[in-house]
Design a protein. Structure first.
Length: 175
């Protein structure tokens, strides 16, 4: 799969997430829309963060039968169109889960059963050196906001705005 070269190609790829399930009750498109909507609401002045929420699991849509290193592969898919910051946020969302598990005693209890399962495959909580490295990232607050929005974006009854509502912001930040 090659990186989407236009907003239309990106929207078409995201639309393929309808019916692609990593979580049992929410497909990839619904998860993407919910996560993006969560971040639009909580961080209205940060369009790149909201878009990162929308596309953070794009590799799960592009490669539905291969969840391995999906954060890095997703970052690689979106960077040419959406830029370095969006890609960095996408690429850090798994590490952020591991960071929060290691630093917030209550965070693990908030994870869905599927997130707990993938956490084990991803290496569980970060070690002290990795915690320090992520903690020094100047965009740590955005990275953790994306991770928390990701975990909240698994509501089968949520009704976020349609995918095409994202076109203007995607055009705004695309290269």
């Amino acid at each position: 799969m090659t990186a989407p070269a236009s907003v239309d190609e990106l929207l078409a790829l995201l639309a393929r997430g309808a019916g692609v399930h990593d979580e049992p009750d929410v497909d990839g498109l619904a998860h993407a829309l919910q996560c993006g909507a969560n971040l639009r609401a909580s961080h209205p002045g940060d369009a790149e963060l909201a878009v990162a929420g929308l596309v953070h699991d794009i590799a799960d849509i592009a490669f539905p039968h291969d969840h391995g290193d999906h954060a890095r592969r997703g970052a690689d898919l979106v960077e040419p169109l959406l830029g370095a910051r969006v890609a960095r946020l996408v690429g850090a969302h798994v590490e952020a889960k591991r960071y929060l598990v290691a630093t917030d005693p209550q965070y693990r209890a908030q994870l869905s059963p599927r997130s707990i399962e993938t956490l084990q495959l991803q290496g569980d909580g970060l070690d002290a050196d990795s915690i320090a490295a992520l903690a020094s990232d100047p965009d740590l607050d955005a990275i953790l906001a994306l991770r928390r929005a990701d975990e909240r974006a698994k509501d089968p009854d949520a009704r976020p705005l349609a995918l095409d509502s994202w076109r203007p912001v995607l055009v705004q930040i695309s290269r």
